[in-house]
Design a protein around this ligand. Structure first.
Ligand code: UGA
Length: 437
């Protein structure tokens, strides 16, 4: 099929390259000329394992190109909208200006029978509003909402082999045509047995926000248990292992630590609360306020634990922060708990050095006053306390014996419970985990 992908960020760039890999003819469109220049020569503008290879293979096949001109969307039968929906400044609600701009931009190029498929995460009710506002100029074109569930760091696999497809479609014949078109787009993945669920717009929109809210709730639940474990002298990792064996609960997303961040979970739960308020259903989601509060408390708690490890005073202490990205295998620092903790420690007088395998440049742009160091050994040199805040494999595999000579004091705060306490203690380290005695 001929496909346009509008918006080439974390979602759109991977989607465009993946659709070409599935055999479609794809044009990726973005307003950022630098991004388009990079993508056109096979450079991924962000770190995502597997994306450079996929991008190059798709470009080499001749089925993928990129453009800054919306006019190049003309002629595509399916237009995917993959632009961002960030949090509005000073509010909880989502900022839909990029979604609206994408619809306004593509509308003049729609032909009769074209499909416009929204993938961005939007407040419930958005698809039907967009259908009313922008689809009238092309009465035969059809809008569907097909939310995306990819995780950064696993985006290629999640796009090519998702665990489910959700199609939000209009009633009647238009819905049947949209379903048939999406089935054709995803024919390869569907032939692998991937479940697909067809529903109305509102339910499809809600599926996405409900899924992210559930994940956020799961993480905050275990972090609340970590608070209790700390108060009671219990171990939250053993608790998670034990409750996780009940397959109604499951062990995934039960890792206590410094909490969730990134460009999705934090802003999605807030936008969900804002939308519920508009719908007069705010009571249904007041628990998400607590989910958010527990999550933010992890950051201040980590600062406090660090202060304790420093003997009560942060001023003048040299602190090395391992990890700046909001999670491993990503260079994304949006709302990164690691960076927020590093910045708070510095504001309270510590001398903070931050290192990360991939995210330093992005981190430096957000926090230019922090000190960054690419080389892990140099970052560790002279540290009074080491903080593991993003569990990259190279930090998880770090040898406590060989780095002992680099630091001034053998003290480590494992903000992700990713290390073996026993092993570090055996090498003479004062080890502190999260929610562990
Ligand atoms: C999340 C969802 O997992 C995806 O399904 C969804 O498509 C995506 O948002 C989106 O809306 O676009 P992502 O933001 O890539 O994906 O990150 P996650 O893997 O969900 O991790 C989010 C945060 O939770 C990270 O900071 C991670 O460190 C933290 N986390 C995760 C924990 O603190 N504990 C856990 O047990 C798991």
């Amino acid at each position: 099929m001929r496909i346009s992908v509008i918006g080439c960020g974390y979602l759109g760039a991977v989607h465009a390259a993946s659709m070409a890999k599935l055999g479609h003819d794809v044009v990726g469109i973005d307003v950022d000329p630098k991004k388009i220049d990079d993508l056109s020569v096979g450079h991924a503008p962000f770190f995502e394992p597997g994306l450079p290879g996929l991008l190059q293979a798709s470009l080499d096949s001749g089925r993928l190109k990129f453009s800054t001109s919306m006019a190049d969307a003309a002629g595509a039968e399916v237009h995917f909208i993959c632009v961002g929906t960030p949090q509005r400044k000073g509010e909880y609600a989502a900022d839909l200006r990029y979604v609206d701009a994408a619809f306004a931009g593509v509308a003049p190029y729609l032909n009769s029978g074209d499909m416009v498929i929204g993938k961005s995460t939007v407040p419930v009710g958005t698809a039907s509003r967009l259908a009313d506002e922008y689809m009238e100029s092309a009465p035969e074109a059809i809008l569907a909402w097909n939310p995306e569930f990819l995780r950064e760091g696993h985006a290629v696999k999640d796009t090519l082999h998702p665990d489910r497809f959700v199609y939000g479609v209009p009633d009647g014949a238009a819905g049947e045509r949209a379903t048939a078109a999406l089935d054709e787009v995803y024919a390869v993945s569907l032939s692998e047995g991937t479940p697909r669920l067809v529903m109305d717009y509102a339910t499809a929109e809600l599926v996405k926000t409900a899924a992210n809210s559930f994940l956020a709730t799961k993480i905050s639940f275990i972090n609340a248990m970590a608070e209790l474990c700390e108060a009671a002298g219990a171990d939250v990792t053993l608790l998670a292992d034990a409750i996780g064996l009940d397959d109604r609960i499951g062990r995934k997303f039960l890792n206590a630590g410094i909490g969730f961040g990134g460009g999705c979970l934090p802003k999605d739960i807030r936008a969900f609360m804002a939308r519920a308020g508009e719908l007069g259903a705010d009571q249904a989601l007041t628990f998400l306020r607590e989910v958010d509060a527990i999550n933010m408390r992890r950051r201040s708690r980590t600062v406090e634990l660090t202060r304790q490890l420093c003997g009560g005073f942060l001023i003048g202490k040299r602190i090395t922060v391992l990890g700046a990205a909001f999670k491993p295998n990503s260079d994304d620092v949006r709302d990164s708990p690691a960076l927020s903790i590093a910045a708070q420690l510095q504001l309270q007088g510590a001398e903070v050095t931050v290192t990360d395998p991939e995210a330093i440049e992005n981190a430096r742009r957000r926090f230019p006053d922090l000190h960054f160091e690419h080389n892990t050994e140099a970052a560790l040199a002279g540290a009074h306390v080491v903080l593991l805040l993003t569990e990259w494999k190279e930090y998880r595999d770090m040898d406590p014996a060989s780095i002992a000579s680099l630091v001034d004091d053998r003290r480590i705060l494992d903000g992700r419970n990713a290390l073996s306490a026993q092993r570090w203690k055996a090498e003479g380290w004062q080890y502190k985990g999260v929610g562990r005695p």
